[in-house]
Design a protein around this ligand. Structure first.
Ligand code: A2P
Length: 345
């Protein structure tokens, strides 16, 4: 891949020119907010989108910025380009941005499994950034929250096998899906018969065990992302992973029921102690008082919340966890901005 031979290092600067590709989308909007909240040093902001939003404005640090149409010459003088406009756009434009001298942090699936491209969750494998070739991939939202919770346990007792079921919110699909859920709820409550547009079936008052396309094996691409990305990020190709990914009628935050089998035994209390100290993790686990992480409470926050920690009594060395995170923040925009922060150090 000729475009990835050059190694753009983000030169230390007081402030960076930052392009956001997909600045008007569900994740792009969150990227702008998180850059602002975390005071990432931005000199010039370049918000980019399609013809649908070009000509509009986005607000950043009390200033309005014109949204420009994404074009081949959009990346002149850009130091850092955060991409979240889908895989096709990333495949075409990320190499163009790198060629123009930018470092790309890409939120799509386009580059994640390319061996030349680091796939990074800073709490787990920030060191993988060394020697990048200009593109850094942001993992799948469900994978990010799972590895933040599991990596500290893996370091302690080595995880052999992961069985995960996800409960993923509609914001993971984008703003059209959020609108569809809101509209279908209203229509169904007034005895209407809405036509599904974004999803193959009603998402309101329903659960769809179908995220991304089906493969001949019967798994979906989303499920296989969790398998391959988990191994790449945790740096252990021997971890066995099996996933069932489900779309649920929640606006923001993904939840996951995670079962792990470990090489050495770990008690519930040991797991709780390790996770209480783990970077990016918040243990919220007092089931006797009805306290466990809920997607509604976790939306808008930064941590990966873990509750329902308990031993799997069906095997000698196993644990069950309930893991919830804001998919737009830690699952996408926050993780991308954390990568940018690492690059600027
Ligand atoms: P636009 O607002 O012009 O449609 P979401 O994931 O919430 O659906 O958002 C997708 C983001 O990607 C939006 O900002 C959208 O811009 C942008 N986008 C989609 N297609 C393109 C394209 N062909 N070129 C540039 N940006 C695009």
């Amino acid at each position: 891949m000729a475009q990835l031979q050059n190694q753009n290092v983000m030169k230390k600067k007081n402030a960076y020119n930052v392009a956001v590709v997909g600045a008007t989308g569900a994740v792009g909007t969150e990227m702008l907010q998180i850059l602002e909240e975390r005071k990432f040093p931005v000199n010039n902001l370049v918000p980019l989108a399609s013809y649908r939003s070009a000509g509009g404005e986005v607000s950043f640090q009390d200033k309005d910025y014109a949204v420009n149409l994404l074009q081949k010459d959009s990346f002149a003088d850009v130091d850092l380009a955060l991409f979240s406009a889908g895989s096709e756009i990333s495949k075409e434009y990320a190499p163009i941005a790198v060629e123009a001298g930018a470092v790309v942090v890409d939120n799509s699936a386009a580059w994640r499994m390319d061996p030349k491209v680091p796939l990074v969750v800073p709490e787990v494998n920030a060191s993988a950034l060394h020697g990048h070739k200009g593109i850094i991939a942001n993992p799948n939202c469900s994978t990010i929250q799972m590895v933040v919770a599991l990596y500290p346990l893996h370091e302690a007792v080595r995880i052999k096998r992961i069985v995960v079921t996800t409960f993923q919110s509609v914001s993971g699909t984008g703003k059209d899906a959020m609108d569809e859920l809101a509209k279908q709820c209203q229509q169904l409550l007034s005895f209407g018969d809405p036509k599904p547009e974004v999803y193959p079936h009603h998402i309101a008052f329903n659960c769809l065990p179908h995220i991304d396309d089906f493969l001949p094996t019967g798994y979906t691409k989303e499920e296989m992302k969790m398998v391959h990305e988990t191994r790449k990020i945790m740096g252990d190709a021997s971890i066995q992973v099996t996933a069932t990914t489900v779309r649920v009628p929640v606006f923001v935050s993904h939840s996951e029921a995670v079962n792990i089998e470990t090489e050495k035994k770990m008690s519930m209390n040991e797991a709780r102690a390790i996770l209480s100290m783990a970077p990016g993790v918040q243990v919220y686990d007092d089931p006797g008082r009805g306290l466990y992480p809920l997607p509604k409470d976790v939306a808008g926050t930064d941590a990966v919340y873990v509750g329902r920690i308990r031993e799997d009594e069906s095997i000698p060395n196993g644990l069950n966890l309930w893991v919830v995170a804001d998919n737009l923040r830690k699952g996408a925009a926050l993780n991308a901005v954390q990568i940018a922060e690492e690059l600027s150090r």
